[in-house]
Design a protein around this ligand. Structure first.
Ligand SMILES: Cc1cc2nc3c(=O)[nH]c(=O)nc-3n(C[C@H](O)[C@H](O)[C@H](O)COP(=O)(O)O)c2cc1C
Ligand SMILES: [Mn+2]
Length: 497
């Protein structure tokens, strides 16, 4: 095992620690030139992501003394470095090993289980007395414009904080939620809070409003930390399950939390910047437009307003941000990693699922390709319905279900085999339901139709009366005979993928 892997090594302490690692790996570029957070940082970052380039540290963002970090994990390699693995399969295997934990049958089983249980205990967030994120505490005279907050695209409604960990508590249960919701800066101390209606932040907002329509919901926003903690807000975990617990699992060490100065919430102690304040429960304001991860602008809408009453930060904080826009962007790599980590959970509930793919151009909510081991009539349709009821997968506009022997990671094979396998009128299923807020084609925002394509082989029990043909494959004897003479034939064959 290399030194930085988990042979007793510790998790990244914070964002700087990870950047140092990236520096040693030749995976970060410091930019001393003055670059404007208005549009220019986006243009540099967009070109860099698309060229599979390094993480970027803008040392002189125009108008700010604070360094801006972008493209932190915008490649498969840096995602692996962030999660301290050689490949995402390692994380999936770890997830599976916990899901496989069975009720112990005897003493020996119990003893064998102890290390796993001890490991489980180590994922829970831990409260500490002090944190670097509070080196500087400012309750007055501060301004959000001190930070190099980006205006990403020309038609954006303003500057947006794009990678926050928005922390709230469920007013009923006291359970924490962490969500990554963009925040448009309205003025020195005020932003929008763009939690979409189906998200847990919005749910807690409604629960708080039901209790006290004119009250406030306390909110803390942490920006920049070790990478696994930064992923917390993005993880699609069930309601009331603490995202920091999952980050603890990903980093093999608890997320350390410190109490906020002015609100009854806790934030990662290693964060770079923390905004403390509240969202007014009787206040909405126009937010948007915003150049979104669909590659199009999401339009203006009415969203809650976040009032910042205190900013705490490190002495020389780094401002971590990301851009979304025409795919692929950094969020594709993050989303893909999350998809790989959660696949074992999906397979536990639906063991017939063999593999899942969400190509970058499908921007997550538009396309999911699923291969299944089909074992009863209508099985593909059952799987579509499962996906439409599985957490944020409910948004999936098009689900293509193929047989187990189709490689869903290969879009060419999927197009070929899926299109051959369908009688469109028979095999396409439309449903109505919740769709992503960002779907601009939807008949109504948040509510529209979705489509499932049953591209599995059709069975007699499903009313198919023909004979499903075999796929063409050369026999092994012929292949090995030709293999043995191939070089003598001297055919300059070009390699095909
Ligand atoms: C860069 C980035 C920006 C995001 N912006 C938003 C946003 O503005 N609003 C939103 O509802 N979800 C946004 N998301 C998706 C949420 O973070 C994601 O759905 C998360 O699981 C929500 O957490 P929750 O389930 O606790 O509500 C964004 C994701 C990424 C990667
Ligand atoms: Mn949540």
């Amino acid at each position: 095992m290399a030194g930085w892997e988990h042979g007793g090594a510790v998790a990244y302490r914070d964002l700087r620690d990870f950047l140092r690692k990236l520096e040693r790996e030749g995976e970060v570029k410091k930019i001393p030139a003055e670059i404007d957070p208005i549009l220019e940082i986006t243009e540099v970052t967009d070109r860099t992501v698309k060229a599979q380039g390094p993480a970027l540290v803008f040392e002189k963002p125009k108008g700010s003394r604070i360094h801006a970090v972008t493209n932190l994990v915008g490649s498969e390699r840096r995602i692996n470095l962030a999660l301290e693995v050689e490949s995402l399969d390692e994380v999936a295997d770890r997830v599976r090993s916990f899901l496989d934990l069975q009720v112990p049958q005897g003493l020996l089983d119990k003893v064998k289980m102890l290390p796993k249980l001890a490991e489980l205990g180590s994922f829970f967030p831990k409260t500490v007395r002090s944190g670097d994120c509070q080196e500087v505490v400012r309750t007055e005279g501060f301004s959000l414009f001190e930070f190099p907050i980006l205006q990403c695209w020309p038609q954006d409604g303003g500057r947006y904080i794009t990678w926050p960990m928005v922390i709230t508590k469920n007013p009923e249960t006291g359970k924490r939620n962490v969500g990554c919701y963009r925040m448009q800066v309205f003025d020195r101390k005020t932003t929008a809070m763009h939690w979409q209606t189906q998200k847990h932040g919005a749910e807690q907002f409604r629960a708080a409003r039901a209790k006290d329509p004119k009250g406030k919901l306390e909110v803390a926003v942490a920006i920049g930390a070790d990478p696994a903690t930064c992923f917390s807000g993005i993880l699609p975990v069930p309601p009331d399950l603490d995202e920091f617990l999952f980050s603890g699992f990903l980093r093999h060490e608890p997320v350390e939390l410190v109490a906020c100065k002015t609100v009854d919430l806790e934030v990662p102690a290693n964060a770079e910047i923390v905004l403390e304040g509240y969202v007014g429960l009787d206040e909405l304001r126009t937010e948007g437009p915003f150049g979104d991860h669909t590659g199009f602008y999401s339009l203006e809408g009415q969203y809650p307003v976040f009032h910042v009453q205190c900013i705490t930060h490190r002495k020389e904080p780094l401002y971590l941000t990301t851009i979304v826009g025409p795919p692929p962007q950094e969020d594709y790599f993050i989303g893909h990693a999350i998809e790989r980590c959660f696949l074992p959970v999906m397979k536990m509930q639906y063991p017939e699922i063999v593999d899942v793919a969400m190509p970058a151009e499908g921007i997550f909510q538009n396309l999911m390709i699923v291969s299944i081991r089909k074992s009863y009539p209508g099985h593909a349709r059952k799987v579509m319905n499962a996906i439409w009821s599985l957490g944020q997968a409910m948004f999936t506009k098009v689900v293509i279900v193929v047989d187990h022997d189709v490689d869903v990671q290969n879009p060419r094979e999927v197009a070929w085999k899926a299109l051959c396998a369908i009688d469109p009128e028979r095999d396409i299923q439309f449903v109505l339901g919740p769709v992503d807020t960002l779907d601009h084609a939807a008949r109504r925002q948040d509510f529209s139709s979705k489509m499932g394509i049953d591209a599995t082989r059709k069975w007699r029990e499903e009313g198919y009366t023909g004979i499903w043909p075999d796929e063409i494959k050369m026999n092994e004897a012929t292949k090995s005979r030709i293999d043995s003479i191939w070089n003598q034939l001297r055919i300059a064959a070009t390699k095909r993928d």
